[in-house]
Design a protein around this ligand. Structure first.
Ligand code: 5GP
Length: 187
């Protein structure tokens, strides 16, 4: 799973890694947040109302779920099954609380933290994205401080100072960990 502050570049790094590594897919999460321009329902997320999300929580559909900056996000068990049944490894792009929950229920998972060069740079990136309202950006920056403070919990920390270098690092982390997972005595 890949965590790190909103705007740290997780999505871009994961996209780069997917282009270079086969047998890997990102689980499409469910969320209650509004769709951003350019997003497609079922591709970036399964977008839904809070009522629908709550129903899925009730029915045990989530591996984990969390509240982030005023919206709910969750990893659907059906997504994990879909990807794993096709023989691929799953990448979860997930915030801090979700990563903590997954560590408990799936202790074999590997966690990677994507660190922005600085909180100032992060603020610049979030404002440049210009798809979120000002209050939303402030909420994300507030959460970012907590997230960066927790980076030592992660198996790997990748500093996203330069996209090409950081992608190389993510690719080598995934390649080494997937190899370990499939070649180890636990199978
Ligand atoms: P965004 O609204 O920017 O797409 O995502 C906000 C945060 O929610 C990001 O840190 C993202 O990684 C996280 N997130 C996305 N999907 C999930 C999920 O299924 N579970 C959890 N816990 N966090 C998620």
């Amino acid at each position: 799973m890949v965590s790190g502050p909103s705007g740290a570049g997780k999505g871009t790094l994961i996209k780069g890694a997917l282009e270079r590594i086969g047998d890997l897919a990102v689980a499409v999460s469910a969320t209650t947040r509004a769709m951003r321009p350019g997003e497609v329902d079922g591709r970036e997320y399964h977008f839904m109302s809070r009522a629908e999300f709550a129903r899925l929580v009730e029915s045990g559909a989530f591996l984990e779920h969390a509240e982030f900056a005023g919206n709910r996000y969750g990893t659907l068990n059906t997504e994990l099954d879909r990807i794993m049944d096709s023989g691929r490894s799953v990448i979860l792009e997930i915030e801090l609380q979700g990563a903590r929950n997954v560590r408990v229920v799936r202790p074999e998972s590997v966690s990677v933290f994507i660190e922005p060069p600085s909180l100032e740079e992060l603020a610049r990136r979030l404002r440049a994205r210009a798809t979120d309202a000002d209050e939303e950006i402030e909420a994300r920056l507030e959460v970012a401080r907590t997230e960066v403070a927790a980076k030592a919990e992660f198996d790997h920390v990748i500093l996203n100072d330069e996209i090409g270098r950081a992608t190389d690092e993510l690719v080598s982390v995934i390649e080494s960990e997937v190899e370990v997972a499939s070649g180890g005595p636990q199978g």
